[in-house]
Structures are given as C-alpha cells and as structure tokens.
Write a protein that binds this ligand. Structure first.
Ligand code: GLU
Ligand code: ZN
Length: 486
C-alpha cells in the first residue's frame, strides 16, 4: 500500500516548534517510503479561527524546508485540502450515518445540555455524557422539528457494551470501553463538522495510510475508530508521538524560558537545519551515539520502531544553542554569509558591514564563526571589523598599572607598527614580541591593551589575525584614537 501521511494544522494561532517536529517526522516517513506528504488545513472551528494563520503556518513550514506533495497552493488529486471547502462532503457522510442509525439529530438546547451536565456532575459521575434524549424522538417528531427549522446538531450513536481497541505503533494496544465515550457531535449547529468527523472523513477520502501525531490525540482515537467502523472503513495505522516539555520543568514549553513558536527560532538566528537536527531527537533515537544528522541520514534511519515510548521528551535549549553553533562553525564562511544576508533580509534586520565587499566579510567570518552560536551574534562579534569602535577608557587601563603605562604601550606599538611593511599576522606577532622584550612589557598587559584599543573588547579572536584583516592604516588610526582618549 502506498504510504500517504499528512499534517493537519488548525489555523488557531502561531505554529509551535513542536508542530515542526511532527511535520518533520511525517515528511521523513513519506520520503523514506517513497510516499506522499500531504498538508490539510483543519479550519472548521470558526470560533478559534485566526485571520492570516493559514498563510503563516504554510510559510513557516516552507522556511524549515519541509515541502509538501499535496495540499494548499500545491493541489493534488484529493482536494480541496482546506476543510471549510469540503462542507458538502461532511454533510453527505453525516446523512449516511443517520440512514444507518449510527448518527442522529439532536435538538437539545444549550440550557438543557448545561443542566444535564450539572446534574451528572452533582451525582458524582466520572464523566458527563449526553443522555441520548433525542435518539428516542420518533421519525415524525424529527421531521417536524427539521421542517420548523429548529437548530440541531448531528451526533454519533455510541452503543454501550463494546470494546474499542487499536494498535498504536509506538504505544501498543490501546483499549477503551464504549461506555466511556460520549455521543459526540459530528456536525455542529453552524453546519460545520467537528474535528472528529472531518478528520476521519478526510483521512479516509485522502487515502491516508499512517497517522503520526502528538500523543494528545490518543484519547480522540477511539472516537475515530468508532466512526471508521460506522462507515465500514478500515482505519489507518496510528503512531502517536511523545509530548515535548521544557527540560527540568515537566511542563510544556513556555515563553518564560525562550521561544515557543517555530518562526521565532528562525528570527532569533537559529538555522533551520540545526533546529531540525535537534527536533529529530525529540521523540526518536537511532540507538547510537551519533547526534549530528542530515535530513538525508534521518530519512534513512527514521523508523517507527525507534520512536520513544515515553510521555514526555525534554526540550533542552542549551543543547539546541550548542547544535546551532556546531552548524555555524561547520559551514563555509561564504555559505554562512549568504545565510546571514538572507536571514537579515527576511526579518528586516540591519546588518553591520553591508557596505564592505563579500570577500572581506567572508574573512571576518573565518575569524568569528567559531564564536557564533546564532546568526544574530554576527552584529556583535563582527562590528569592530567594519567600524572603529568606541573604547571604554576603563577597559584601556584594565590590564596595565596606571594610565601612563597604557599610553606608553600604545605609543610604542604605534610607532613600531608604522615601520612594518609586511603586514601579515605571523610577521606582526614576531615583530610585536621583539618590542615586548626590548621594552619589558608583559605579553598580557601589552596585548590585552592593544586588543582593547583596536576592538573595544577584551574577548576576541587572535589579535594579530584581526590586525592583519583590518590593515595597517586602520590599526594605526585606532591606536592613535585610543592614545588620545587617555
Ligand atoms: N487539526 C488537528 C491539530 O490541530 C490535527 C490533529 C490530527 O493530526 O489528527 O493538531
Ligand atoms: Zn438532544
């Protein structure tokens, strides 16, 4: 059977980083089995509908590079892929259930349902359930109510005494008693289907073979199984995925600890590939030590057998940051520059050094990328390569005994450097050490003072590499400026 998997976003808000994990697993599973990955928009909850969310969700999935084979803006043989455009299909199917007795009209008012729930709660019932009141209406009564346009919903007729079971590829056999399942609403009074109705009809009609989704949906699955049964269809294969929690907190991701939305991670300067690599391990493990995975390798090694059978997996923000740094370090500086420019353009972020030629910026990256963990670090780490920094005077004297000594170091080096014509890092180092000896400066006081004078900072890449790159003229100007400031 052809593998067809889907991700079914609800446009109720911004896309969460955990959703991207689930998209990734579906995407990779489709690729691995030479199947299709489908996106379907589940927009039937009109009360929670957020304007523009569909476009933003699709955009962020694309930004992560997880393209789909069928769905909005792509089309396909099983469309439309937006549920609000499929209302007739759900109605037809609900009517079939009414004919077979698996579904029925319910005309109960909100008032009646509320008091029913209240009295069930007061009598200590474990769950509150609809009492099948309207199932007992005669055909004639139903007809009259429909003709008089009494508002109604359509419910599933769940018969008691049944055992509903399904086999989950991750969590194993799951069994529920039908007594524990409500006669859930399939079509709401606004004519829209509920999630349960629409998801089952669409997964069937779109020939979805496997459902990979968060384990939050496990309690819904028996309801879906009942619907498949009522329609006389075979359910797909289910594989639920562990929930993601904040490391050490045991609860879901929270803004308090950092970003939670998929787009925000990109805006902060995480690379999509690094985030995906990190997400691979939130619910899956190859069982080896290997943790740097390309998408291709993931497609190869991903299998439902290796999905973690656990309730919660930890989102380790420090690990993600480390991984991003790893990806940055291991990129060519030319590619990295390209990425930084695309990122800045996409998020309208001002970059330092845009008036410099690429060759220069690439050399800057050669020196600083070791220290970068996020794309946005570029602006801080690279700024003094492009413009003369303001140097805090207290930093200039921090590594020497007194202001006079700092001035004498800077003056000596300035005139020494003015004599050097072979301006490369090796030669600069040799010549600088000659001066140290002659003047009896300690390496630390001299080189730290120089470093601060030239960069405005005391933690930087190797000093002589910086001097070589910014050039003789610029170095002299900076030393001069520092001397004057003292
Ligand atoms: N629309 C549901 C959601 O928002 C889809 C759940 C499912 O995958 O069945 O997650
Ligand atoms: Zn009713």
């Amino acid at each position: 059977m052809a593998v067809r998997v889907r991700m079914a976003p609800s446009p109720t808000g911004e896309y969460h980083i955990g959703h991207i994990r689930t998209v990734l697993y579906n995407w990779a599973f489709a690729k691995k089995h030479k199947g299709k990955f489908i996106i379907r928009i589940e927009d039937t909850d009109r009360e929670r509908y957020v304007e523009g969310a569909v476009e933003r969700i699709l955009e962020v999935i694309k930004l992560y590079g997880l393209d789909w084979d069928e769905g909005p803006s792509k089309g396909g043989d099983f469309g439309p892929y937006i549920q609000s455009e499929r209302l007739e299909i759900y109605k037809e199917h609900a009517n079939k259930l009414i004919e077979s007795g698996d579904g029925y009209y319910c005309f109960c008012t909100k008032g009646r349902l509320d008091s029913l729930r209240r009295s069930q709660r007061e009598s200590g019932a474990a769950i509150t359930k609809y009492d099948k009141h309207c199932l007992r209406l005669s055909k004639k009564e139903v007809k009259a109510k429909l003709e008089s346009e009494t508002p109604y919903v359509i419910r599933l007729n769940v018969r008691s005494g049944e055992e509903i079971s399904f086999y989950d590829e991750v969590y194993g056999e799951i069994i529920v008693r039908s007594e524990d399942i409500d006669d859930q609403v399939l079509i709401k009074s606004d004519g829209f289907p509920t999630y349960h109705m629409a998801v089952v009809v669409d997964d069937h009609l779109m020939e979805i073979s496997h459902i990979l989704r968060g384990m939050d949906w496990i309690p819904s699955t028996p309801k879906h199984i009942l619907l498949y049964k009522a329609f006389g269809w075979n359910p797909p294969t289910y594989a639920h995925l562990p929930n993601i929690k904040e490391l050490g907190e045991g609860k879901k991701l929270s803004k308090r600890y950092g970003s939670v939305f998929a787009l925000d991670f990109l805006q902060e300067g995480y690379l999509a590939d690094a985030v995906l690599n990190f997400l691979m391990f939130l619910g899956w493990n190859p069982g080896t030590e290997k943790e740097i995975y390309s998408l291709e390798e993931f497609i190869n090694d991903f299998s439902l057998d290796n999905v973690n059978k656990t309730d919660l997996v930890s989102f380790d923000r420090q690990k993600l940051l480390w991984m991003n740094g790893y990806y940055i370090r291991n990129m060519s500086s030319a590619d990295l520059l390209q990425k930084i420019k695309e990122w800045a353009a996409y998020f309208s972020i001002d970059l330092v050094g845009t008036d410099y030629p690429n060759e220069y910026s690439i050399k800057v990256l050669d020196q600083i990328k070791e220290r970068m963990r996020l794309l946005k670090d570029f602006n801080d780490l690279a700024s003094y390569y492009f413009k003369i920094p303001d140097v805090p005077p207290e930093l200039l004297t921090k590594y020497t005994k007194g202001r006079a000594r700092a001035i004498s170091i800077l003056k000596d080096f300035k005139s020494h450097y003015e004599q050097i014509s072979d301006w490369d890092s090796n030669n600069l180092e040799v010549r600088s050490r000659e001066l140290l000896k002659a003047e009896e400066y300690s390496p630390k006081e001299a080189f730290m003072t120089l470093r601060v004078a030239v960069t405005g900072q005391d933690a930087t890449p190797p000093l002589f590499d910086i001097l070589e790159l910014i050039g003789k003229k610029d170095t002299i100007v900076r030393l001069d400026k520092a001397i004057k400031s003292l």
